[in-house]
Write a new protein. Structure first.
Length: 393
């Protein structure tokens, strides 16, 4: 409550052209001898990236086994498959080649291997806390989740999507070549930019203590991402823009933009996770579909932050009342989301929940957060239902 904070970012970042070919050397430097190379669907195979990474391990005489097939909103079944393979092969290091889904699946496998007698699902159910984790490295192909430096892993199972947070899973290294993200579909690029924005906005819309320097960093990051998201919409091959967005993705979720700002709000993320669990939507798009409704619902409780955001980030001129300024900021943000092809409500997201579904979403969200969530405004189940309803209109 008084601005004290701990920032722990142990991940070694190597950023720039062709850095992925140092994967073997990096694994070796961090002591890996038998590696699981974990990847997603087709993109890393098609681009030749997987082969380049495999070759770089071979060049360092490091044994590896490869496992692909991680899907967006990664599944626990794939985690179990990876654990079985790693145990059979004696893997001691996990190398994730992909975006947030691959990295999170790698983190789950790494947790499971470190406590082999226990079911890793318990971590996501929050019935026990992790005590250890195998080392992980990352070759990043999508700027979005920030998982390459974050303490978080989010896994889906049954009709749930749940996260576990612990410094134990922060990657040892992240190799970030912005050029690797040029093959992304436009929708994934835009959804990634939106997720990056939201990781800082979740830390920005808070009551309680904040630091001016942290606000300045956050506002600079938000403006930079909005600017380059538009550049990438028009010019997807632009390396400089890819680089700005990729670095923003890591800084947005490694803790930097929340230093001294208490714990953050995180309601939009929790509301989105239930959409992901029920409808398997793209994470960044689910966030933008919820944000405007959330903002209108909570703004009176956190007016000073919405006014500041409107003026400092969205360049809104002060209106006669704070409420008008705040609303203009919210509208400008929704205009921005639409301008890069992101949804601003559930029908634009492509889902049309029934009344019962809306109730279920709220109920599941309330259970997942242990009853309440938020800093801009503390939300309970009835608030969550009201926000889902607003987003569904
Ligand atoms: O599977 P492939 O063929 O690789 O295709 C993927 C996937 O379909 C594709 N893709 C990735 N890199 C590509 C590419 N396509 C072409 N070229 C490339 N270079 O993009 C699609 C989406 O990939 P995914 O990894 O699912 O996206 P993202 O990085 O946005 O990760 C989303 C997941 O991360 C979680 C989300 O909830 C979601 O499950 N999050 C993880 C966080 C964390 N661990 O800190 C925080 C976030 O808030 C978020 O919750
Ligand atoms: Zn996110």
């Amino acid at each position: 409550m008084n601005g004290d904070f701990t920032l722990y970012t142990p991940t070694k970042v190597v950023f720039g052209h062709d850095v992925e070919i140092s994967a073997g050397a990096m694994v070796k430097a961090f002591g890996g001898k038998k590696v699981l190379i974990h990847y997603g669907g087709k993109s890393a195979v098609k681009s030749g990236l997987l082969k380049r990474v495999q070759d770089s391990l071979t060049a360092e005489e490091i044994d590896y086994v490869s496992l692909g097939g991680v899907v967006p909103n990664p599944r626990l079944e794939k985690v179990y498959e990876g654990v079985k393979l790693c145990k059979a092969y004696g893997v001691d290091f996990i190398l994730a080649v992909g975006g947030g889904s691959v990295i999170d699946s790698a983190k789950a496998i790494a947790y499971a291997l470190a406590e082999p007698e226990k079911d890793v699902k318990e971590l996501y159910e929050h019935t026990r806390a992790p005590k250890a984790c195998f080392p992980i490295g990352v070759v990043l192909t999508l700027a979005a989740s920030g998982s390459e430096m974050s303490d978080s892993s989010v896994i889906s199972y049954e009709d749930k999507k749940r996260g576990v947070n612990s410094d134990l899973c922060r990657p040892k290294f992240a190799l970030m070549d912005p050029a690797l993200t040029k093959t992304l579909p436009a929708y994934q690029t835009a959804a990634g930019c939106s997720d990056i924005l939201m990781h800082t906005m979740e830390r920005y819309f808070v009551n309680g203590h904040r630091m001016e320097l942290t606000d300045a960093i956050a506002e600079g990051l938000l403006k930079t991402v909005m600017r380059y998201a538009v550049v990438l919409r028009d010019d997807p091959e632009n390396y400089e823009a890819r680089a700005e967005i990729m670095w923003a993705g890591s800084l947005s979720h490694n803790g930097l933009t929340g230093c001294g700002n208490d714990a953050g709000d995180w309601a939009c993320h929790r509301l989105e996770h239930e959409l992901g669990a029920l409808y398997d939507v793209t994470h960044g798009a689910g966030l933008t579909a919820m944000w405007g409704s959330w903002a209108r619902y909570v703004m009176h409780n956190c007016m000073h932050r919405f006014v500041r955001f409107a003026m400092y980030v969205m360049d809104v001129k002060p209106c006669p009342t704070d409420e008008e300024t705040a609303i203009k900021g919210i509208e400008a943000t929704e205009d921005f989301f639409r301008s890069i092809g992101m949804p601003t409500n559930l029908s634009e997201l492509g889902v049309s929940p029934s009344e019962d579904d809306l109730k279920l979403l709220a109920k599941n969200c309330a259970v997942a957060v242990g009853g309440k969530v938020g800093s801009a405004m503390v939300l309970r189940e009835s608030d969550m239902e009201a926000i889902y309803k607003m987003a569904a209109k």
